[in-house]
Ligand binder design. Structure first.
Ligand SMILES: *[C@@H]1O[C@H](CO)[C@@H](O)[C@H](O)[C@H]1NC(C)=O
Ligand SMILES: *[C@@H]1O[C@H](CO)[C@@H](O)[C@H](O)[C@H]1NC(C)=O
Ligand SMILES: [Zn+2]
Length: 150
């Protein structure tokens, strides 16, 4: 009986993914499919390059959450051009190091708990009109696919 419960618990942990929900408007961490700008999958083509993270659907201005417990390390500017979505944060914890883009974090340092508010999604539609708005999350080691953690 106890063994069954433990198995059920482990299964539900796997089914839910290792990371918590990233965005309020997307409780299942559903990944952005293909739209006119391309696919949100890890490794999808981006011109001659590859998409080095995974895009998790998220409505503009939705609340975003920490996917695991850890620490906020620093601000990251994914585009380095000062556009409306050129903001994000690096966070580390539980053996993970990730960068989360397209968000306005509430802060850039200090402890954070899985599921705690991280910030809000920026106005992705202002920069990429018609795209499936999303949080981009990538491992600090971009050779590693973050998707199995979702
Ligand atoms: C963003 O969301 C917050 C909280 O849900 C709300 O108070 C605010 O008006 C929204 N801003 C925009 C620009 O939609
Ligand atoms: C990044 O991940 C790849 C694939 O797992 C691994 O071979 C490589 O050593 C890692 N690089 C660093 C700097 O950890
Ligand atoms: Zn992306």
């Amino acid at each position: 009986m106890l063994k069954g419960l433990i198995l059920l618990f482990l299964f539900s942990q796997v089914a839910a993914g290792r990371w918590g929900k990233l965005c309020h408007s997307n409780p299942t961490n559903r990944v952005r499919g293909t739209d006119s700008y391309g696919s949100g999958a890890y490794g999808a083509p981006r011109g001659k390059l590859r998409h080095l993270g995974v895009d998790v659907r998220c409505n503009d201005n939705s609340t975003t959450y920490a996917p695991f417990t850890g620490r906020l390390i620093k601000r990251v500017n994914p585009y380095d051009n000062g556009n409306a979505i050129d903001n994000g944060v690096m966070m580390k914890g539980q053996g993970y190091c990730v960068k989360i883009f397209n968000i306005e974090p509430d802060r850039y340092s200090g402890a954070i708990t899985k599921g705690q508010r991280l910030g809000r999604l920026l106005n992705v539609q202002r920069v990429y009109k018609g795209i499936t708005s999303h949080v981009h999350i990538e491992m600090c080691n971009t050779s590693v696919d973050p998707t199995p953690n979702l």
